[in-house]
Design a protein around this ligand. Structure first.
Ligand code: ZN
Length: 88
């Protein structure tokens, strides 16, 4: 009786160890996914900032227009071309 009981105990211990290992493995994968997701979430605002900066730079570039007389890049709000002095 006692022999069969100890065998059951060993079996339960093995199953428990396997379950524990699987749990630790899943926990490791889960923590890895969580850390990866956190890094991705932390990265995304920086990328958004970079995109905004590039968009702002592009906006500054698009605010410049070419002078119809000489073709020099001047600000769209300017009334005169700094290169040739022609009025708009
Ligand atoms: Zn000009």
């Amino acid at each position: 009786m006692s022999g069969s009981k100890s065998a059951e105990d060993v079996f339960v211990e093995i199953v428990f160890d396997v379950v524990k290992e699987v749990f630790y493995l899943l926990w490791g994968i889960l923590s890895f996914i969580v850390s990866f997701t956190v890094k991705a979430l932390k990265k995304s605002p920086e990328e958004k900032m970079r995109q905004t900066n590039s968009t702002a730079q592009w906006g500054q570039k698009t605010n410049q227009v070419a002078c119809p007389q000489c073709g020099a890049l001047i600000e769209s709000g300017a009334s005169r071309c700094y290169a040739c002095g022609s009025r708009f």
